[in-house]
Design a protein around this ligand. Structure first.
Ligand code: SF4
Length: 357
């Protein structure tokens, strides 16, 4: 990691973050170089203050259905659902709408307030499958108070508009990693393919959710690069996943993250993206272990609850107890697009962040 050359002014970073202004590339790299306990305390305190300014005591609770699993023609090195690898991931066709609605209602009863239908595959182009998603979305909207979300691979504006007219509010599509590392991880589609799906959702005014997976061999600089890319794209919510290496995938032996790394990544993203939702998703338990409760102090304002796509999560009661112990409450939908997290203003030497000499 390149050594930081900037002095971190925590009061200034906090004041800017509270105004919605994110940190610079140099500040982000300086943060990733921190290791002394007192420096990390300053980082957690600043990230928590910025989170509280924009999110109060509210947290988002997300849940998913793995609506269609396995047999994917794409090759993403972290994913056990790719047909290119021999794994024990379940393989099944699209569930019917009634099953998806029943799963959503069960999640609602366990405290989940945003529910995503996730399907394996490069893109959802099959008319029958799309109609199932539309029917499930419309029923979930009509029969629960949930925010509806879908993660269906690469989607066109027309396809998303059709889902939106059925009641879909959020679109999830991860960039997965930094542009400069993407080809190391995804061999069958491009970074711009990922970006185009997000742009299509944004052009429709939908709440957009896009983030990545950490611990796949990317550098610290590439973690900063992804954060900056997401700020430019102005996504509303950023799911932060920490690799849980799956047997049979090319990354099955990739165990690189410490709990402290995960917390630093969360804090970094809070300070780059002060106004946005940061949701800690896959790999939470295995990477953070007993430090899971610290994710909010590090700046996160959401968690994925229940099971992940191909791995089990912990019981919902444990997460609800964690939120209560931290003095947090579940944010009720709808989740609307957030104001942008701004690039840092250009400063004149010798002036403070308000331009005062
Ligand atoms: S991440 Fe999605 S596109 Fe990539 S292999 Fe897995 S299911 Fe297929």
């Amino acid at each position: 990691m390149r050594q930081a050359e900037v002095v971190l002014d925590w009061a200034d970073i906090r004041a800017r973050g509270e105004r919605g202004e994110g940190i610079s590339d140099d500040e982000a790299r300086a943060i990733l170089a921190l290791s002394a306990p007192e420096q990390l305390e300053a980082l957690w305190a600043t990230a928590q203050a910025v989170r509280h300014e924009h999110k109060g005591n509210f947290v988002n609770t997300c849940g998913i259905s793995n609506a269609k699993s396995g047999r994917c023609a794409e090759a993403c090195s972290f994913c056990s659902q790719s047909a290119h690898y021999t794994t024990d991931a379940p393989k099944y066709q699209m569930k019917d709408a009634g099953t998806l609605v029943a799963e959503a209602k069960e999640a609602w009863n366990s405290g989940v307030r945003e529910f995503s239908l996730v399907a394996s595959g490069r893109a959802m182009t099959n008319r029958k499958e799309l109609d199932i998603v539309k029917e499930a979305v419309a029923t979930i909207r009509a029969e629960t108070g949930m925010q509806t979300c879908a993660s269906l691979g690469l989607m066109s504006k027309d396809g998303l508009a059709e889902l939106q007219s059925a009641g879909l509010q959020s679109v999830h599509h991860n960039l997965e990693t930094a542009r400069s590392f993407h080809a190391n991880i995804v061999q069958t589609h491009s970074y711009d393919d990922e970006v185009d799906t997000i742009k299509a959702a944004k052009s429709l005014g939908m709440y957009t959710c896009s983030g990545g997976i950490f611990g796949m061999g990317e550098s610290w600089e590439q973690r900063v690069e992804l954060a900056m890319e997401l700020r430019e794209l102005d996504v509303d919510s950023v799911p932060l996943n920490f690799l849980n290496p799956r047997p049979g995938t090319p990354l099955e032996n990739q165990h690189t993250l410490t709990a402290e790394d995960c917390l630093k990544i969360i804090a970094l993203y809070r300070l780059v993206l002060p106004t946005k939702d940061l949701i800690v998703c896959g790999g939470r338990a295995i990477n953070l272990r007993e430090r899971q409760t610290e994710i909010f102090r590090a700046g996160a304002n959401g968690v994925m609850m229940g099971n992940y796509l191909t791995t089990a999560g912990r019981p919902a009661d444990m997460d609800l107890d964690m939120l209560e112990a931290e003095g947090l409450v579940i944010r009720p939908p709808p989740h609307k697009p957030h104001p942008p997290s701004l690039r840092p203003a250009v400063r004149v030497e010798g002036t403070d962040s308000n331009g005062v000499a």
